[in-house]
Design a protein. Sequence first.
Lengths: 389, 377
Amino acid sequence: MSLQYSDEDRAFMDEVRTWFLDNTPAHLKGEAFMFGEMSADDNVAWCRELHRQGWAAIHWPKEYGGTDWTQTRKHIFEMVRAETQAPLSYCMGVNLLGPVIYSFGTEEQKSRYLPRILNYDDWWCQGYSEPGAGSDLASLKTKAEKKDDHYLVNGSKIWTSYAHMATKIFCLVRTSSAGKKQEGISFLLFDMDAEGVEVRPIRSIDGKHHLNQVFFTDVKVPLENLVGDEGQGWSIAKYLLTHERTNIARIPMSKVMLAQVKELTTRAAGDGTVGDREQIAERLAEIEIDLNLLEFMNSQMLAQTDAGKAPGAESSMLKIKGTSIQQRLAELRLEIAGYEGYDWQGDITDDETQILTAASQYNFSRASTIYGGSNEVQYGVMAKAVLGL
Amino acid sequence: MPLELTEEQQLLRESVERFVERDYTFDKRTAMLAEDAPFSRELWRHFAELGWLGAGLPESAGGYGGGPVEQAVICEALGRAMVLEPFVSTAVVGAHALQMADNRELADALMPQLTEGELVVALAYAEQGARFDLHHVATRARRSGNTYSLTGDKIAVLDAPGADKLIVSARVDDEVRGKDGVALFLVDRDASGLHVGAFRTMDGSSAANVTLSQTPAELLVGEGRGLAALEQCVERGIAARCAMAAGAMDTAYMQTLAYLKTREQFGVPIGSFQVLQHRMVDMLIAVRECQSMMLMVADDVIDPDDAERRAGVAAAKTFVSKRARNVAQDIVQLHGGVGMTEELSIGHFFRYLTQFGSTYGTAAHHLERYTEITRQH
């Protein structure tokens, strides 16, 4: 990757910028689905808009509906997307399931699922964690018994984001309890409206409902919904987690947040502005320096991996640094809000959105070092796989 | 400086602790939060009967001869249960405002009502754009003969929705950041032109944004002394809230420790992992530091030397705010996903400690003040 952009790259940059400026709906500028600022309908509509342009899944291989862009172009695209404050949509299908299907799925599964993911015809949720299987994911107990023409699924998944909106779930299930616990895990796809699927909402400390517990009681899943072989689920999960970890660095989201927090520093505070106070400008500058470097390192790392191949244990580094930046930004915004943000569930006005949502966003930001493999797990991965300790 | 509690103070601590453990359970608090009432008047009267509302006040003020240490001991125990009743607003800050009053007749009439649980007050000082500067007051007081009327907006007035009277800072001159023109007034909850926009803050307690339009008010502390009185009221509030935070941190710490001993992953309790053990030791140290700091600052707030007193309070708020933030973050992190929910008390301790961090000013605000106060000239 070179950051000395060619004339063609500059033309590409202009094209992307123009498209985002022309097509971003004004009411969604800088908004994020995960922060509850964007409705489910808007989320789907925006993803479809990107899909019409061929940009729903730029990191996928072109043959499956992605792009054949160089890493430099992908980097340019993400930069411009953040700079223009395009909405931060949410799509588990594109970010997590798609790469699994085109890497491990049958031809039939590819043609059946990938186009529907790109067009957001299905809303996918992820069934990984269980009440007794968090950091120790491999100890999961949700059981899928093979019957004549189906698997019979029983068990429960927890922390399932947006399960209450999802139409489908991709799930890690236990198809065998013989041998090592990792070897009996399989990767299964099924419908959320199948008989025996129940969703219990869990309210989180941001005062909102994103999380759920999902219960399965004798859910019948067709045999052809298995991805990969029986027992291959753990390898798929590891592959997918490295994808999630690079994505979890959430650099575009942090860039949008940084711009928002910077704007907040111009608010009145006494005889000056917030930026004059409590070393807020300096603290923000430090975060900005870290974020710009992380963005560069992220692109470097992607450039070093072949298209389609998941990055290695270094992705843990991105997660550790990326989540720290997200949390520091959320913390600084909460501090800027001060007393003005105490009415944390009050009616949001256009001018004060960033202040009134500061508390709930800060509270939810604490989850980023827990989900997708807690940061303690990431340190363990790095120590073992990179340091050889 | 009191290095250890007297026997009476220890008995007081134990009695409040016993009460909250038995009668202020997490389930009961959760049920109270579902109600419309900002807090329980019944419990409040009970606090009065037990003598807690006057325990930290001198006998001259209708109290039982105690001081900030008694208040700290009570607050530490109340913090363990994240008690929603307006103890700090009324029995600490409000009581101190009455003690500082120029208008003795008014104050002497109100003090017994306050200690008997019949009068709940809240301090309305914060304003939009003021950050945490006490002297930044745009609310105007106009005098007409012997009566005053107030006009302006106050934000984040803690405990206002359930209060019978508000203590309001307002200025008699036109200089928004002038230090001499600030005075303190008492406003009746049902006074004309008073609008109380109630909400619950993230820690579950009640608060309001308050609008005053030519609202009749009684003078409590006049210009010239008003700002100093306000500052001392806030200092008392800081000391008391540091104690509440210390109590909350200690209980949250113990719950987290219990979780680490029972939650198993990889076939062993997660407390057997060294990386988590070290974090728990850090947490224990932070809690013990804050429990000591709460007694240090209880002594500092009565220091007759202005600079010493201010520096001590700024130091305490800086320190305890930072530790409270770290502990809040760690109790959630060590619980994992379940710490992110509203279903366990841990998530509520997180919110309680997070909000404490900015009440009466953030750590960074008080660090700046400390630097300013202690700078060598």
